[in-house]
Design a protein around this ligand. Structure first.
Ligand code: UDX
Length: 452
């Protein structure tokens, strides 16, 4: 069977590469000629562990190819996977222009019966509309059907998430489509949930929004922990032993980012509103996350009054470790606020600097190591829990910073360790440790005493 994948972003490229890995013949279509040439050489345009190897191996084996010639690719395809983006519009709704562009190219070119499989996250009911559109426009008596096949991969672990997925969801309206998709996925040996198209579309939103809700819930509990003297890390651990709760996605921090949670929470909320229904839990999820992003910035402002002229070290820029993606990363608006305050920023990230430079080309300085970032800084913010940052000994902050005052948005350090150091340490859901402040106060007292 001939499989074509439209779009070579995270979803499309990983889908194509993994399907070829289990033995299918796959052609990935993209509009960018340079990108296509790169991928043919086994170079992935996105940073994703293990992907380069998959591209190279399967391209060399003749199972995986890349092209800009969509006409030829769609002409005789048996299955066309759509994995293009569905970005957020101003009002929070999903922008389906890319999906429908691909659909237009498909109807204009297919000559064989084919199944169009939508992997992109689309609002509930969209696949029905896509099928209507395709059936209406297709020529030459070609039989064309649509299936929903949402994607659950996370960035940074996309290849493993796909090859060893916990489940495959297929939303189909005919037995024929179900049989074909079961055949495609036979090689993965994973549980398949077959349902109708609308339920499949809803499974995707409900899954992502539930995870976002879980994070916002933990962030609220964390904020309250600080007020009542509880420790969110211990609270999360205590909760995690209950299998009904589970031990994942309980990490409090400065909020979720990325290409999915922010977009998909807003899209579902918008969709429900459009039908006259308020999804209250999703609304709260979005509000809590928005507020959480600036939690440490507010604390720094409270402490210093003004941040003007302070040298601020920013450790971690990407929305999470293991990716160079900056979409909705809390670092971006925080750096904006810090700059607006008049702070001088030096930033470090193991892989995200090139992308960050596109947003802030000259307003901030970039460093090659955490040490270089911290040198003579007045404040350090941690926005991403990269290993390179987490493994940094607290003595480095103590030794290199002008005033070792740390605002850790990802709880990288144990409170016990911070208490043993001459640092001030603010984190999420745990009482601030103010050793440096105490030390300063003592120094002041001594100066006064000596002066007397
Ligand atoms: C997510 C889903 O996990 C994936 O199934 C879906 O297909 C796409 O969206 P991704 O955005 O790549 O994947 O990253 P994920 O690892 O889920 O993290 C999203 C955000 O949540 C990150 O900003 C991360 O820092 C934050 N997060 C995650 C927390 O704040 N706490 C946690 O416990 C887990």
């Amino acid at each position: 069977m001939k499989i074509v994948v439209a779009g070579t972003g995270y979803v499309g490229l990983v889908t194509g590469a993994c399907l070829s890995e289990i033995g299918h013949n796959v052609t990935c279509v993209d509009i960018d000629k340079n990108k296509v040439e790169m991928m043919k050489q086994g170079i992935s345009p996105i940073y994703e562990p293990g992907l380069d190897e998959l591209l190279k191996r399967n391209h060399d084996a003749g199972r995986l190819d890349f092209t800009i010639d969509y006409r030829n690719a769609y002409k005789d395809a048996d299955l066309i996977f759509i994995g293009v983006g569905t970005p957020e519009r101003e009002d929070g709704s999903a922008n389906l222009d890319y999906v429908f562009n691909v659909c237009k190219q498909i109807v204009d070119n297919v000559k064989n019966d084919c199944l169009v499989v939508v992997k992109s996250t689309v609002p509930i009911g969209t696949n029905d509309k896509i099928e209507e559109y395709l059936k209406e426009k297709v020529k030459n008596n070609v039989n064309i059907e649509v299936a929903s096949n949402p994607e659950f991969l996370a960035q940074g672990t996309a290849v493993v998430d796909t090859l060893y997925a916990k489940r495959i969801v297929i939303g189909v309206e005919s037995k024929k489509a179900e049989v074909l998709l079961r055949e495609v996925y036979k090689g993965y040996n994973q549980p398949i949930v077959a349902t109708n198209r609308r339920s499949a579309e809803m499974i995707k939103y409900a899954s992502n929004d539930f995870l976002a809700l879980k994070i916002s819930f933990m962030n609220e509990i964390a904020n309250f922990c600080e007020m009542v003297g509880a420790d969110i890390e211990d609270v999360a651990k205590g909760m995690s032993f209950d299998p009904r709760i589970g031990d994942k996605f309980l990490n409090a921090g400065i909020g979720y980012g990325g290409s999915c949670f922010p977009k998909d929470t807003k899209a579902l909320h918008w969709l429900a509103n459009d039908r006259g229904y308020e999804l209250k839990t999703i609304k709260a999820t979005i509000e809590v996350n928005e507020n959480q992003k600036y939690k440490l910035f507010r604390q720094a402002k409270n402490r210093f009054g003004s941040l003007k002229g302070l040298k601020v070290a920013v450790l971690g820029l990407t929305f999470k470790p293991g990716t160079d993606d900056l979409r909705e990363a809390p670092s971006i608006p925080n750096v904006r606020r810090l700059l607006d305050e008049g702070a001088q920023i030096v930033a470090y990230d193991p892989v995200g600097i090139d992308n960050f430079k596109r947003i802030y080309p000259s307003e901030i300085t970039y460093a090659n190591t955490p040490e270089e970032t911290l040198k003579d800084a007045d404040i350090a913010f941690i926005f991403t829990e990269w290993n390179e940052i987490k493994s940094l000994n607290l003595s480095v902050y103590e030794e290199l910073m002008y005033t070792p005052i740390i605002f850790d948005g990802r709880n990288c350090y144990k409170i016990k360790e911070t208490k043993e150091r001459n640092v001030d340490y603010y984190s999420i859901g745990r009482k601030a440790v103010l050793n440096f402040e105490k030390h300063l106060e003592k120094e002041k007292e001594m100066e006064v005493a000596i002066g007397q």
